[in-house]
Design a protein. Structure first.
Length: 322
């Protein structure tokens, strides 16, 4: 048996004795024939490897009550992350990303196709993933990431690589622009066999992971702040009463996408395709994203929601954000 396998088994044994049988670290050290400090390191290793997942839940906990309200009002499974008011917007994003990473440990299983929408939020989640080995799982990019200044390949590749490395799965990039100059170019490329291969993988998704784009988010949405939209595009979106986007597909407050010209040039998946996916996990931080989040909920895009407590409370109280 390899040293790595032996270490993993010892960590599993220590974790079971400590968390399930409630043995003290001194007792575990005596049983394993090692020191108390080694047992502590084994338990830390077990948490880092995802063998042990620690959660603190209480029926009297305020976030738990908000989760129940979100489920009743919007029909979603919600995980509300408590975040102190004093933390920065980046710290709030990081804490929500950590909560989302814990949820993904449950959602990502073997033989699953997982769609990934690139952006600031998913990049934060990718940095917080806990390694967990699955088999036959594929992570596919939902929308193109290129623009007039960059191909976006390096950025998208790093994001997908973090997921595929954490779970031992395969990564499938979508090497096309985020937005085409001409809708006809998009339609022609969608007929190419290499593109159709990616679209076929997307058609078999069992889980999609995304955030919602917003025009005035505390942590700017990458599509809104990364040279993807020209000033004329922004003016047109405003005239069309657009409130946000999911995977570079834009929508209004009621969730509708019809008649939004930029969608004809976009590379993101149709909402019909997304709604056909069994689990659709949206990760959101910041009250500025509330109008966009409400639009995504109206469009029926979300089954699972990970959200910071302040934004969640604003949602259930009917506040529209800032």
């Amino acid at each position: 048996m390899s040293d790595d396998s032996t270490h993993l088994r010892r960590a599993l044994t220590a974790a079971h004795l400590y968390y399930v049988q409630l043995r003290t670290m001194d007792a575990i050290a005596a049983e394993l024939g090692t020191s108390r400090s080694t047992v502590s390191r084994l338990l830390s290793f077990a948490r880092a490897e995802g063998i042990v997942e620690v959660r603190v839940r209480s029926p009297l906990d305020a976030p738990g009550l908000v989760e129940t309200q979100l489920r009743r009002q919007f029909g979603v499974r919600a995980q509300v992350i408590p975040v102190p008011e004093s933390v920065s917007d980046l710290e709030r994003l990081d804490r929500v990303a950590q909560g989302a990473a814990q949820l993904l440990d449950e959602l990502i299983v073997s033989d699953l196709v997982v769609g990934i929408a690139w952006g600031s939020t998913l990049a934060a989640v990718a940095r917080r993933l806990t390694p967990k080995r699955v088999h036959g799982t594929t992570f596919v990019q939902l929308n193109g990431s290129g623009n007039v200044k960059t191909s976006g390949i390096t950025y998208a590749s790093e994001l997908l690589s973090r997921f595929s490395t954490a779970y031992g799965g395969d990564a499938e990039q979508f090497p096309v622009p985020a937005f085409f100059d001409d809708p006809e170019t998009r339609r022609a490329l969608w007929r190419e066999r290499s593109t159709r291969r990616i679209l076929d993988i997307q058609s078999r998704m069992g889980l999609v992971l995304f955030s919602v784009g917003a025009f005035r988010a505390e942590v700017p949405s990458r599509v809104h702040a990364g040279d993807y939209l020209e000033p004329a595009d922004l003016e047109q979106l405003k005239a069309e009463r657009v409130v946000g986007d999911v995977a570079t597909v834009f929508y209004r407050a009621n969730g509708s996408t019809e008649g939004i010209a930029l969608n004809d040039r976009g590379s993101g998946p149709s909402f019909d395709l997304l709604r056909a996916v069994p689990r659709r996990c949206c990760i959101v931080t910041g009250e500025a994203k509330i109008p966009s989040l409400r639009g995504a909920l109206a469009a029926g895009l979300i089954t699972d929601l990970v959200i910071d407590e302040r934004t969640a409370r604003a949602m259930v109280d009917g506040r529209e954000g800032v």
